[in-house]
Design a binder for this molecule. Structure first.
Ligand code: GAL
Length: 845
């Protein structure tokens, strides 16, 4: 079937322009069934999510430039309402929340932006990005046809749109923003809610379109997205997706590059072969916009992690890692894919594919335009075997679960399963920076009757009380034990049973920790059952309930309960069971140390700290610890190794690095094949180890000396064993084939970087503050093997080592063009050659 009728496409362009309600001149971003149209040109766009609050402004430019280097055209971010409006009408757009600066940084790099305003964003972010105060607006019901919710949502959306307009940031104003999102994955919600859900979708679409941004809006995972809003796909694969109207383009708003982690679970990784395969599958079917979620995941600083139990690291196994370093081979392989795709852009946007079968599980998608462009995708869906196929009278070999891309319908420039390019090995290298002057301050448990507390009969829901101003809520009651109780005379101790709705609980009896219990992400409710050491007379039972990130997904999550809702009971007394649920309970929001702001350099001295070592040995629960350290030299990213600690929170110079928890990962970490449908449980690492051991400490938060480290430990641990590490690249490899003479100039031109195709180069790139200290392997010819185990093949240029050593040793980065001339002469004429290199990175002296 061939139906590339340009005139029909033209008709839809006009149609959509009319539907969007703006004239051709002022409206610079439109769309048709093939693609987004920017200033009159259909584009194949590669995009990546980088969430601005998950890194620091000092990191933004570098992250965005790395994305650009990796072949991206667009940077995508959610807008996080709850950080911008911490209380109604009070806005914050400073520091990590400086959205305008972030968008301008994208603009400066010459990239486009996709602004996903939401304002519900999901994103494993606390409360899905909605401010907690919103829950207390009278009559509110989230994400449905509810006036108070719609009013607040409109006010915030409008605020953001106006802010962008004032700064001229929409493409229609000459700015970088080409696309915007309203709501997030509303489809499943709408299905649950029925009519009010559908009314809300229509309202949200009209509200957004009415804000007149001059660029299209999308709704992801919302099959009923009303015109002109484009419905888009999220998932590990989106080739089976088609938009709800024939005149909308096929857009993939979240191509998941990996997955998030939860405390107590393993780390998920997505093989790059499968990621590349899924993207190629989407594009061969006619997709024209792919956004990687995440391209850089970053860090959930402070208490921004959603929950319960989302880890502080939001690394996501993304092409750029949590610390802002390039993750190889993921980054390089995807970059090669992007180059190959750009070679096909002209054919892809101007034709529809002809699909032919090449075997039982093999297909060819051919885009051949009237102006003579031709691009082909040859696919093998077989999960086990390589397929030999005939295409246009030529023979091609397709590895299992892979797609080859032929930008001229003849030559394969890329196969999704053949990972070449760059690889690198990373390590967390301990620094010799001493963290010194450890001192401890024990959280004060005594005062349950001062002004910061209140009492009532019965158990209260936690968030209603704390309004999320702290993770912590104390529930305290007292029980009188008669001297005649049998257990006091050698009988079995009574048992305390506490039913909690989430998320973690520490039980103290008369000031001593009796035990702890935790829920899980899947099962928030849990029960603490433990023997308690009561004495004759009055006993104080203090329950410290800990929220570990508020829910961010699910039907009406604003109504979900946290904290101790009971029953709370004692068993094993002479009277039998004693239900304490309706006793008098005293509440204290947060910790004393929080109220005194002990984490801040200016108020840390407001209490008497005790010199550390002795106290630390005792594994004291509920303890504040502080120490000082100088900034390590160099500029490699830094982290704190917290594996000697239990659970708590961590600050440096008053900035919160987030929650830490040495919870050990349970799960199946055996094996991982890139072939076959991916799901997060398929490829896991780190079982039996702490889910998260290292906590990112941004360099920009440090001064040269006297940096204040404060942590609050709930259970116990040895802070003197905390160490500062540098994330360093140990070695880098590159493996690149020489230039293919059959690629035509016009194809390369459409990519705009002719040089990269005509003269392929190997790029070796150590981390910041490092340089190449030696070349472990270099061979221009037909080398074999992979990074770490390269070997010379039958063809080898004897000059390989000296050429590389001369260019690279002592440099932080170097590149070498792959050409016979560069290596003296052609080591084996008429044989297609490659250059493989492994270089060692070492810190700069
Ligand atoms: C999607 C959601 C994202 C994120 C992702 C998982 O469904 O839209 O915000 O939560 O799942 O990382």
């Amino acid at each position: 079937m061939k139906m590339s009728s340009i005139s029909r496409l033209g008709f839809w362009v006009c149609m959509v322009v009319v539907v969007l309600g703006c004239g051709v001149v002022e409206c610079s971003v439109t769309y048709d069934r093939k693609a987004l149209i920017i200033n009159g040109q259909r584009r194949i766009l590669i995009s990546g999510s980088i969430h601005y609050p998950r890194s620091t402004p000092e990191m933004w430019e570098d992250l965005i430039n790395k994305a650009k280097e990796g072949g991206l055209d667009v940077i995508d971010t959610y807008v996080f309402w709850n950080v911008h409006e911490p209380s109604p009408g009070n806005y914050n757009f400073e520091g990590r929340y400086d959205l305008v600066k972030f968008v301008k940084t994208i603009q400066k790099a010459g990239l486009y932006a996709h602004l996903r305003i939401g304002p519900y964003v999901c994103a494993e972010w606390n409360f899905g990005g909605l401010p907690v105060w919103l829950k207390f607006v009278p009559g509110i019901s989230f994400r449905t046809d509810n006036e108070p919710f719609k009013m607040a949502m409109k006010r915030f959306t409008k605020k953001i749109v106006n802010m962008m307009k004032t700064e001229n940031l929409y493409e229609s104003q000459g700015g970088p923003i080409i696309l915007s999102q309203i709501e997030n994955e509303y489809g499943p919600q709408a299905n649950l809610l029925g009519a009010p859900g559908r009314q809300y979708v229509t309202w949200a679409a009209n509200m957004a379109v009415g804000l007149d941004t001059g660029v299209p809006w999308v709704m992801c995972k919302e099959d009923d997205a009303p015109d002109p809003v484009i419905n888009t796909c999220n998932g590990f694969y989106c080739d089976a997706f088609s938009p709800n109207k024939p005149y909308k383009p096929m857009i993939w708003t979240e191509a998941w590059t990996g997955w998030f982690t939860e405390f107590g679970g393993p780390v998920h990784q997505r093989p790059v072969e499968d990621l590349a395969f899924s993207v190629a599958r989407f594009l061969q079917k006619g997709g024209s916009f792919v956004n990687y979620y995440m391209y850089h995941g970053g860090t959930n600083f402070g208490r921004s992690a959603g929950g319960p139990f989302i880890t502080t690291s939001y690394d996501y196994d993304a092409p750029v890692d949590e610390y802002g370093l390039i993750r190889q081979p993921k980054y390089g392989h995807m970059k090669e894919l992007h180059k190959a795709v750009k070679l096909c852009e002209r054919a892809l946007v101007s034709a529809d594919p002809t699909v032919t079968s090449l075997g039982s599980l093999q297909e060819a998608y051919v885009y051949s335009s009237e102006s003579g462009d031709c691009a082909a995708f040859l696919s093998n869906y077989d999960t086990n075997t390589t397929a030999g196929v005939m295409f246009n009278n030529m023979h091609y070999s397709l590895p299992p679960w892979s797609i080859s891309i032929l930008p001229d319908c003849k030559n394969v420039v890329f196969n999704t399963a053949k990972v070449g390019g760059q690889t690198s090995q990373m390590e967390m290298r301990p620094t010799d920076t001493e963290i010194f002057s450890w001192e401890t301050y024990n959280e004060d448990l005594s005062s349950s009757d001062d002004s910061s507390t209140f009492s009532t009969l019965g158990l209260l829901e936690q968030i209603n009380v704390t309004r999320d101003s702290s993770d912590y809520l104390w529930y305290t009651t007292s029980v009188d034990i008669s001297p005649s109780e049998s257990f006091l005379r050698g009988g079995e101790l009574p048992t305390l049973i506490v039913q909690s709705s989430g998320h973690a609980l520490h039980v103290f009896v008369n000031g001593e920790l009796s035990g702890s219990a935790f829920g899980t992400m899947e099962k928030r409710r849990f029960t603490f059952t433990g023997k308690v050491n009561l004495r004759s007379g009055s006993n104080k039972i203090s329950l410290l309930s800990v929220a570990v990130g508020l829910p961010y997904i699910g039907g009406h999550f604003e109504t979900w309960n946290t904290g101790i809702l009971g029953p709370v009971a004692l068993r094993g007394l002479d009277q039998g069971k004693w239900d304490l649920s309706w006793a008098k309970w005293t509440y204290q929001v947060g910790l004393k140390g929080e109220a005194m702001n002990l984490v801040s350099p200016s108020s840390v001295s407001s209490v008497d700290w005790t010199k550390g070592s002795l106290v630390a040995q005792k594994q004291q629960p509920l303890a504040w610890h502080k120490a000082y350290f100088s900034a390590p030299d160099g500029d490699e990213p830094l982290a704190l190794d917290m594996s000697s600690m239990g659970k708590g929170q961590l600050w440096v110079n008053g900035q919160s690095l987030g929650r830490y928890w040495t919870a050990y990962a349970a799960g199946d970490c055996s094996g991982c094949s890139y072939t076959g449908i991916f799901k997060p449980q398929k490829c896991q690492v780190g079982c039996g180890q702490p889910t998260q051991r290292w906590y990112h400490l941004p360099r920009s938060w440090l001064k040269p000396t006297q940096n204040l480290l404060v942590l609050f430990e709930e259970i116990g641990g040895d802070p003197t064993r905390i160490i500062l590490v540098k994330r360093s690249v140990t070695s880098v490899c590159a493996d690149v084939a020489e230039y293919h003479p059959n690629i035509k100039n016009w194809q390369v031109e459409s990519y705009g970087k002719m040089e990269e195709f005509r003269k392929p180069r190997v790029h070796l790139h150590c981390g910041p503050g490092q340089s190449i200290s030696s070349i472990k392997f270099a061979s221009f010819g037909t080398p074999l093997g992979t990074c770490g185990s390269f070997q010379q093949g039958t063809c080898h240029a004897p000059t390989s080592y000296t050429v590389l050593a001369k260019k690279c040793i002592g440099q932080q980065r170097c590149s070498v063009t792959i050409s016979n001339r560069n290596f003296g002469r052609d080591p084996c004429p008429n044989i297609s050659k490659r250059l493989s290199v492994e270089a060692i990175c070492a810190p700069l002296d």
